[in-house]
Design a protein around this ligand. Structure first.
Ligand code: PHE
Ligand code: FE
Length: 315
């Protein structure tokens, strides 16, 4: 199974331990290379993108993944994403220089990509988003990890997440999410907010006049899930509903059992605009739903046939 995992607030909570206690191999490598010695790693966890460290193999991996996804995504990904790739002039043949992307991004929506060594703690992540900065892992996965890796790498973060930041409504949603995260952190509601990120920013689908399309970065950067999320009879596809999503657990080690479908980015932005304070209190009283459950009141676009779901646990 392929799935590219990412920094949800929940995972970051676990990952933030990496900076104080045990390090992931990826971070250890960077410390040992002297890349993360004190003056380099700023308190916001950003570093200058170490362009000189990309090897020919890194550029080749980028080129391969880019070619594979860019051709496969036509007719599968939403137009806004393709327009974003185009406007950014995202490099097809090598790992992009963030500074060059930032010229275009800044002009379009005032967003920036900043380089980080890997997952950053929750509040650091939210703080960046709230200030229209997207923290992207600078390093590339290895050739043997084309289809699957556990941590978000540069391809997932940059190819997956950055193109939609060209869209003004989505750009505002991401900033609002960061602000909402800072607030939710003080309210013990990060689990609920993490589910929203997961089922929209990472694994969201959108309904268009031409049919269902992908917009979630976790799908966009995965060859297998780009096909599965739209074509497979196995998963549920359910109309977007904030309260429903915030109760729904998810999968981090397999394709999703359920995808939630928005009608427009405006819908996403408007539905998440109200103050969530009362909602968190209310939802806290309700039981959570399994990743593959169908609940009363769901707008079911497709009830999955549950093939291949297995019985491992949802998060
Ligand atoms: N409106 C939410 C709140 O008040 C913040 C939020 C916005 C959360 C967008 C997620 C996405 O907490
Ligand atoms: Fe991601």
């Amino acid at each position: 199974m392929e799935a590219i995992l990412d920094q949800t607030p929940e995972q970051q909570a676990a990952a933030s331990a990496t900076f104080t206690g045990t390090l992931t191999d990826k971070l250890k490598e960077q410390f040992e290379a002297g890349l993360l010695s004190d003056p380099d790693l700023k308190h916001d966890f950003t570093i200058a993108q170490p362009l000189h460290r990309y090897t020919d193999a890194d550029h080749a991996v980028w080129r391969q993944l880019y070619a594979r996804q860019a051709s496969m995504l036509r007719g599968r990904v939403c137009d806004e994403f393709l327009r974003g790739l185009d406007t950014l002039g995202m490099d097809a043949d090598r790992v992009p220089d963030f500074a060059r992307l930032n010229d275009k991004l800044m002009a379009a929506t005032g967003w920036q990509v900043v380089a980080v060594p890997g997952l950053v703690p929750d509040e650091v992540f939210f703080e960046h988003l709230a200030n229209r900065r997207f923290p992207a892992s600078w390093w590339m996965r290895k050739p043997e990890q084309l289809d699957y890796l556990q941590e978000p790498d540069c391809f997932h973060d940059v190819f997956g997440h950055v193109p939609l930041l060209i869209n003004p409504v989505f750009a505002d949603y991401m900033q609002a999410y960061g602000q909402g995260g800072l607030k939710a952190a003080g309210m013990g509601a990060l689990d609920m907010l993490a589910r929203l990120y997961w089922y929209t920013v990472e694994f969201g689908l959108i309904r268009t006049s031409e049919g269902l399309r992908i917009y979630g970065a976790g799908i966009v950067s995965s060859q297998g899930e780009s096909i599965y999320s739209l074509d497979s009879a196995s998963p549920n596809r359910i109309g977007f509903d904030v309260r429903r999503i915030m109760r729904t657990r998810y999968r981090i080690d397999t394709f999703q059992k359920t995808y939630f479908v928005i009608d427009s980015f405006e819908q996403l932005f408007e539905a998440t605009r109200p103050d969530f304070t009362p909602l968190y209190a209310e939802l806290r009283q309700q039981r959570t739903l399994g990743a593959g459950d169908i609940a009363d009141g769901d707008l079911v676009l497709q009830a999955g046939n549950r093939e291949g779901w297995g019985d491992s646990d949802d998060i």
